[in-house]
Design a protein around this ligand. Structure first.
Ligand code: GLN
Length: 281
């Protein structure tokens, strides 16, 4: 790269380390300008300091660090979320879980929602922002993760979110919700994917859950009825091969109206069920 490369030259040079979209995301961080600026001014030179800073970010990406951790942000369901290495990076497939939750929350109804293992808060905060009448409680066992969720809640849904520190249901003993959502850890210990890509940098506790990856899901499902109001829903994201096991667990725990929804790749990604209604038994 020349000493004072233009925007175009800097982006071209970065292509050896990463793809075009990520090269742009990193340059936007350095220049603090939107994409439109990069496109309209691609012959503008960077300062020497900007070129140095950009080369530093590109080198971090080349070493494998996820872009979202380098920039500290990731878009999810149309909103920008703060992200640190204390939380899982929000993924597009998790938007399916949010969509399914929103379909079960009529606008204007004062429903109570629980997001277990909230991480960045992208699920619970999005639901709270889209349904201002709902009250959303976000739980996480990691204090560092909860700090990130708190910042995101303060930005997008300060009026109707509450944050609780603790393991699964332990901070909500005795409380009942109309909808429980979770994207728990569900990767099996020793899964080869853990040594690949972004997963290498993400918190183990947010990814891994026992020998078959189902430990957290078992805990969430087995105690869910105690925390659901009659006809309340439990919705869970899970691994590509866990739909059958999740359906078995839900049925065994007394859930009805079982649901299994596919992501854009056609893989069942979200399963759930309903607590039997008060009169139906
Ligand atoms: N969907 C993630 C992955 O396999 C895992 C997230 C999780 O365990 N909740 O990349």
């Amino acid at each position: 790269m020349p000493a004072a490369p233009t925007i175009r030259e800097a982006l071209d040079a970065a292509r050896q380390a990463t793809d075009r979209i990520e090269a742009r995301m990193l340059l936007r961080e350095v220049l603090r300008q939107p994409d439109a600026y990069l496109l309209a001014h691609d012959d503008a030179p960077l300062t020497a300091a900007q070129a140095r800073q950009y080369a530093g970010l590109v080198a971090r990406r080349a070493a494998g660090e996820p872009v979202a951790y380098i920039t500290g942000r990731r878009e999810f369901h149309g909103r920008e979320f703060r992200v640190t290495p204390a939380v899982l990076i929000p993924r597009p497939e998790t938007e399916l879980l949010v969509e399914l939750a929103l379909r079960r929350l009529p606008a204007g109804a004062a429903q109570r929602v629980l997001d277990l293992g909230a991480g960045s808060g992208c699920i619970g905060v999005t639901i709270a922002a889209e349904r201002p009448q709902a009250r959303v409680t976000l739980v996480d066992a990691s204090a560092e993760a909860l700090d990130v969720a708190r910042a995101n809640a303060a930005r997008w849904a300060p009026a109707n979110t509450a944050l609780r520190h603790g393991d699964w249901y332990s901070p909500v003993v005795g409380e009942c919700y109309d909808l429980i959502v979770a994207n728990p850890p569900y990767v099996a210990d020793g899964d080869a994917h853990l040594a690949q890509g972004d997963l290498r940098f993400e918190p183990r506790a947010a990814l891994v859950s026992g020998a078959d990856g189902l430990d957290a899901i078992r805990r969430i499902v087995s105690a869910a009825q105690r925390h659901l109001s009659p006809s309340g829903w439990l919705l869970l994201e899970h691994g590509y091969d866990q739909a059958g096991a999740c359906a078995d667990l839900l049925r065994a725990a007394g859930f009805t109206g079982l649901l299994a929804e596919c992501d854009l790749a056609g893989i069942v990604r979200v399963s759930g069920g309903r607590r039997p209604g008060a009169s139906g038994g």
